[in-house]
Design a protein around this ligand. Structure first.
Ligand SMILES: [Cu+2]
Length: 170
């Protein structure tokens, strides 16, 4: 665990001169922090596909630390065939997944990608190792590489709406 945190910290530092020093993170903190001009990205995690399937899901928190709005436009990573931005929408009382073209990041706000809400769909995801570097493309901030920690799907945790993913193959 410690080794991973150090590796993540080094990666974050390599990506951004503005990266926070890892010593400031709480002891239990295992997520990475990637900070660039105007954005701070934390809690980036990727769940591998369910056995027999090929689609994984990614979560993260994007904080717009600047004073102008930005937008997340796209995501891509080696080790996937493609990544889409998805959200969930209530349709007749059912949560339905929906592809979105962009995610608004209002100035000063934190946008949380989490189960039942916004998420990254990782198509053709073949997890290798402990993390997957995902290139996020922002309208203003440009391309930012964020290491997503690969977390195991715990048995019985359920997929909180993600069982539907296979229904809408692209
Ligand atoms: Cu989805």
């Amino acid at each position: 665990m410690k080794r991973m945190m150090i590796a993540a910290a080094l990666l974050a530092a390599a990506c951004s001169p503005a990266a926070q020093r890892p010593a400031e993170a709480p002891a239990a903190e295992t997520s990475t922090v990637v900070a660039v001009e105007g954005l701070s990205i934390t809690d980036a995690t990727a769940k591998p596909p369910i056995e027999g399937q090929t689609t994984g899901v990614g979560y993260l928190t994007i904080r717009n630390t600047g004073d102008a709005p930005d937008r997340l436009l796209a995501a891509a990573a080696a080790g996937t065939s493609s990544i889409e931005l998805h959200t969930h929408r209530d349709v007749d009382g059912m949560k339905r997944m929906e592809k979105v073209d962009a995610v608004d990041l209002p100035a000063g706000a934190a946008v949380v990608f989490q189960p039942g809400g916004l998420h990254l769909m990782l198509f053709g995801f073949a997890p290798v190792g402990e993390e997957i570097p995902v290139t996020l493309t922002f309208e203003k901030a440009g391309e930012v590489v964020v290491p997503f920690k690969i977390v195991a799907r715990s048995a019985g945790q359920g997929e909180t709406g993600h069982g539907m993913h296979q229904e809408h193959a692209h």
